[in-house]
Design a protein around this ligand. Structure first.
Ligand SMILES: Nc1ncnc2c1ncn2[C@@H]1O[C@H](COP(=O)(O)OP(=O)(O)OP(=O)(O)O)[C@@H](O)[C@H]1O
Length: 245
């Protein structure tokens, strides 16, 4: 792959004492996590253990009841809504279970969207989108760049979603069950592409998954149980990521 070194400022992602409740349900009960820039972290745990809530707090989608989230020097959890939206738009990338691509737009316009939202001129944004589609095996020769999400397989749509998450050179990519809607083989392929792509771009990756094999491609595994960190271990893939950094 010809992915260039990143232009973004590498920044560690740090959570301290995060708590979050929904009514009587305590979804996070004091979570501390320090993620160095460029690390790929898999978050696993039983259903209801707080994985998505943690990801949403780390990504500034949810504000914790107590505790804080920092990206480098920036206290993301302390920002107003509009500023948090801007941080998400400019410094973070997202891949969700169903990709959340806009159904009416062809792949290349979906990928260009984060740049268009930042005011990048349309021609330039589409050229960057083409570059990323090419990197993810969906270039001009594939005939897929002009197709809408409904005209692609689930695996192809997730590759488009990865291209869209990467196109604006984010510091951190968040993926919530990115393979949940895929068969196992396609899911593994997508996880491999996601981890390789973010590692080569120097971006941090936080991925929530139920796939136990994710450990093959991530450098760290954090297990939640009952709204708390139950286990936290570095994995062999960390050595590979270190070499790429
Ligand atoms: N918006 C919400 N309103 C009410 N309760 C919520 C909300 N979001 C999450 N919860 C509850 O908080 C707890 C943690 O939910 P969360 O989605 O973070 O778990 P999870 O580990 O991601 O689960 P799953 O693997 O099933 O997706 C659960 O008991 C859930 O029902």
């Amino acid at each position: 792959m010809d992915i260039m070194r990143t232009q973004h400022t590498p920044a560690p992602l740090v959570a301290r004492g995060l708590t979050k409740s929904f009514g009587q349900v305590r979804a996070l009960a004091g979570v501390d996590l320090q993620i160095p820039a460029g690390q790929s972290v898999a978050i696993m745990g039983p259903s209801g253990s707080g994985k998505s809530t943690l990801l949403h707090c780390l990504a500034g989608i949810l504000v914790p009841d107590a505790g804080e989230v920092r990206l480098g020097d920036l206290v993301v959890s302390g920002l107003r809504d509009a500023q948090r939206s801007r941080v998400r738009r400019e410094r973070l990338g997202f891949v969700f279970q169903d990709g959340q691509l806009l159904p009416e737009l062809p792949a290349r316009e979906n990928v260009a969207l984060p740049l268009l939202l930042r005011g990048v001129p349309r021609g330039e944004a589409l050229r960057s989108a083409d570059t990323w589609l090419e990197r993810l095996g969906l270039g001009a020769g594939s005939g897929l760049a002009g197709r809408r999400p409904g005209e692609m397989s689930g695996g192809q749509a997730q590759r488009v979603a990865i291209a869209r998450a990467m196109v604006h050179d984010p510091a951190v990519v968040f993926a919530d069950e990115p393979t949940g809607a895929l068969d196992q083989a396609t899911g593994h392929e997508v996880l491999q592409i996601l981890t390789t792509t973010t590692a080569m771009a120097g971006a941090t990756l936080v991925v929530v998954t139920h796939d136990a094999q994710v450990a093959r491609w991530c450098s760290r595994l954090v297990e939640l149980r009952d709204a708390m960190v139950h286990a936290d271990q570095l994995l062999a893939a960390d050595e590979l990521a270190g070499e790429l950094r």
